[in-house]
Design a protein around this ligand. Structure first.
Ligand code: ADP
Ligand code: MG
Length: 402
């Protein structure tokens, strides 16, 4: 007969940790979400060896009161809800009270925290769920979490981690999304001692997009906002010519949370439908705002998925608004329709004599280069250059005659 064992708290914690802490990225996600919930205006994240050997998350938020520190590390201990009745109105990113207990069960963790009211901070150390130190320490207001040697006590889990570089790239993706989700927070990301990026926290989403994706992407953005019946949206749509071959750049935030949601994804793609070829996807960074009771974020422990109450309405509103916005914008790239358009301004002026020599020399050179080819467009260009040259000569002659 099989013997039924009651598992120890430590074993329960390690099993439960598996749901929340999958890899370094999950740890960074939970800790940065806590910092945002603590109303931090600046967050600094540092990782070493892809976050496997060290993760440091520092914030300037509220800090944790001395008497609450030990409690914060207990399973299902949270300051964000009191009971199930609060669930439909959740405004915070966290609420399950599982992150700290899960992370400390599978790593060597340190916390330094101080509230505005306290004179000194607290240094708390907990390894594999067991407390090692609780002492006073001088510290600025806010919280720093250090997570060392993730899965040091669960070799089976550690084995499934990828190379530090790959784990680091997962964290980097997360950090980019975090910065895009909160342009109002200054976010600094350091990898192996080097600053990867830092945002100013001036609440300009476009500036964050620029810092992360660069000028090329930022130059092709269309501002988008929608004040619909069921949803409010603000953000940026990439012009269709900036399309991608995968969905990685369809970046959605719902009430400040980075999420995947089929309805939103399909709605956006429907809006772009007539502007994109099949198997091409848009670049977009969109912040959706719903009434908290219209969404269910309690679908998955990692809270990456949400359920929408009025999916059909939301879909229709978003698809139509995006379609209209893209329609509104002049999407046809500037095309040279006439010879006159391409003529630079100095050519329109009467050239000096040396200018004639120079342009005819350039013309001859380009003729020699082009000689080897000879497609239709090249012939047109040659014809065009010849006409331009003739016109110039005529103008100079008429000037001289005058
Ligand atoms: P949850 O975020 O779901 O409440 P966590 O395990 O992540 O659960 O955190 C437990 C509690 O610890 C939080 O409810 C919060 O009160 C406190 N806490 C965690 N991180 C911070 C932080 N960076 N600043 C202030 N308080 C924090
Ligand atoms: Mg949390």
């Amino acid at each position: 007969m099989a013997v039924i064992h009651l598992l120890s708290q430590n074993t329960i914690d390690q099993i439960a940790a598996g749901e929340v802490v999958e890899r370094p990225r999950s740890v960074v996600k939970e800790l940065t979400e806590n910092a945002i919930d603590a109303e931090a205006t600046a967050i600094s994240v540092e990782i070493k060896e892809g976050g496997i050997s060290l993760i440091r998350v520092t914030d300037n938020g509220s800090g944790i009161e001395k008497s609450q520190i030990r409690k914060a590390f207990l399973r299902h201990a949270t300051s964000k809800i009191e009971d199930a009745q609060d669930l439909p109105h959740i405004q915070s990113l966290g609420f399950r009270g599982e992150a700290l207990s899960s992370i400390c069960a599978v790593s060597q963790m340190e916390l330094i925290t101080k509230t505005q009211e306290d004179f000194t901070g607290i240094h708390y150390q907990i390894e594999g769920g067991a407390e090692c130190e609780f002492s006073e320490i001088g510290a600025p207001k806010g919280t720093t979490f250090l997570v060392r040697n993730l899965f040091y006590n669960v070799p089976a889990r550690r084995k499934f981690l990828k190379q530090p570089q790959t784990e680091g790239s997962y964290v980097a993706d997360l950090m980019e999304h975090l910065a895009l989700s909160h342009p109002d927070i200054s976010i600094k990301f350091i990898v192996n001692g080097q600053v990867r990026f830092q945002t100013s926290g001036n609440n300009q989403l476009k500036e964050v997009i620029y810092r992360i994706y660069g000028k090329e992407v930022t130059d092709h953005l269309i501002e988008f906002s929608l004040n619909g019946k069921s949803v409010r949206v603000r953000g940026f749509l990439g012009k269709p010519e900036q399309n991608r071959s995968n969905r990685n750049f369809e970046i959605f935030f719902v009430n400040g949370r980075y999420v995947h949601n089929d309805v939103l994804q399909k709605a956006v793609e429907e809006g772009y439908k007539q502007y994109l070829m099949q198997h091409k996807f848009p670049f977009c960074v969109l912040h959706f705002e719903f009434e908290p009771e219209d969404i269910d974020v309690n679908v998955h422990p990692a809270k990456m998925e949400i359920r929408l109450q009025h999916g059909a309405e939301v879909y229709a509103e978003i698809a139509a608004a995006i379609r209209d916005r893209l329609h509104e914008i002049e999407l046809i790239p500037d095309v040279l329709l006439t010879e006159e358009k391409e003529q630079p301004s100095q050519i329109r002026q009467a050239p000096e004599p040396f200018e004639v020599n120079r342009t005819s020399r350039i013309y001859q050179e380009s003729e020699t280069i082009r000689g080897a080819g000879g497609g239709k467009s090249r012939l047109c260009q040659r014809e065009y250059c010849r006409k331009r040259q003739d016109r110039k000569r005529d103008r100079i002659r008429s000037c001289r005659i005058r």
